[in-house]
Design a protein around this ligand. Structure first.
Ligand SMILES: [Zn+2]
Ligand SMILES: [Zn+2]
Length: 298
């Protein structure tokens, strides 16, 4: 019951929030300072990095290995994003890869019909609507059995509500301390906590919606996944989604020099520091095998 109430609250905040913020800024009710922007961007990078590097590339796809402490920190940062606990996130994400735009996919935009309304409905479902689908509510987490045996991940999942709360407390305290005012405290809470949460939810949701509808498809895959540069920038590299569906176990998703992938840069840093190892990337031969332009010319 508590989970259902939280979901309704999140949907209301995610849908009404952007509109209210835009109106507030336009009407001059809301004011934003450089510190507010810094807290918003800083908290987004930290929590989104927890999702992309921790939840996604490490836990879901085992694209590299780490020690216990690094795994714990990455999982906590992912949980701070307010995108559910790691076990549920990994279970649903692996289910997405298992079914990839066919019946059984958790959030495909392509299962509601191909006419205008079907596409619109599908887009909404893939973006946020799927969160309310009872089919996923009843999940037995069968796709995440391995991480259910990981005591570090169980610890993070057990305190699932603590981490998102922490992601509000940190920017609020920083805002209060750095300005020495209560206004700074509430402003940090608002921009670094609430606005960052809404922004993070929407850009992550774009990977499921936008990146299965619009963009380039350099690799041949069974699904409709696309590469979308803007989504990639906002999600620290996750928008190279066609690359990802072609090579799901790769720690690197931006596969060419110009494909910006900050999550990959961070994994490389971890590797250099000796905190990550067995880092997986596709070979040139593997990439050529799925290269659409090469296959079309043969
Ligand atoms: Zn996908
Ligand atoms: Zn994935």
């Amino acid at each position: 019951m508590l989970e259902r109430i939280l979901k309704i609250l999140i949907i209301v905040v995610d849908c009404a929030g952007p509109l209210l913020i835009a109106v507030g800024l336009f009407a001059g009710i809301l004011h934003v300072t450089l510190l507010d922007i810094s807290l918003l961007v800083g908290m987004h990078v930290i929590t989104m990095g927890g999702v992309t590097v921790g939840y996604h590339r490490l836990l879901s796809h085992k694209a590299f290995k780490t020690g216990v402490k690094t795994r714990r920190i990455l999982a906590i940062l992912g949980a701070m994003s307010g995108q559910s606990d790691p076990i549920r996130w990994v279970d649903l994400h692996r289910r997405h890869h298992r079914y990839e735009d066919v019946e059984g996919d958790v959030h495909s935009p392509h299962l509601s019909g191909e006419d205008f309304w079907g596409r619109l409905k599908g887009f909404w479902y893939s973006h946020l609507g799927w969160i309310f689908d009872d089919d996923w509510e009843r999940s037995d987490f069968r796709y995440a059995v391995d991480i259910q045996n990981d005591s570090v991940i169980c610890f993070v999942s057990r305190y699932a509500l603590v981490w998102p709360l922490l992601s509000f407390v940190i920017p609020a305290v920083l805002g209060g301390v750095l300005t020495g005012t209560w206004t700074g405290f509430f402003s940090g809470f608002f921009w670094g906590g609430l606005v960052r949460l809404i922004f993070g939810h929407h850009v992550s949701a774009c990977v499921n919606s936008v990146c299965h509808v619009w963009g380039s498809r350099p690799f041949v895959t069974k699904d409709y996944s696309c590469n979308h540069g803007l989504v990639a920038i906002l999600t620290l590299g996750e928008g190279w989604h066609n690359n990802h569906h072609a090579f799901p176990c790769s720690a690197r998703q931006g596969l060419t020099g110009w494909q910006i992938d900050p999550s990959w840069w961070f994994i490389q840093l971890l590797e250099k520091l000796g905190l990550a190892w067995d880092v997986r990337v596709p070979s040139q031969k593997e990439m050529l095998r799925l290269d659409r332009s090469r296959l079309q010319n043969t």
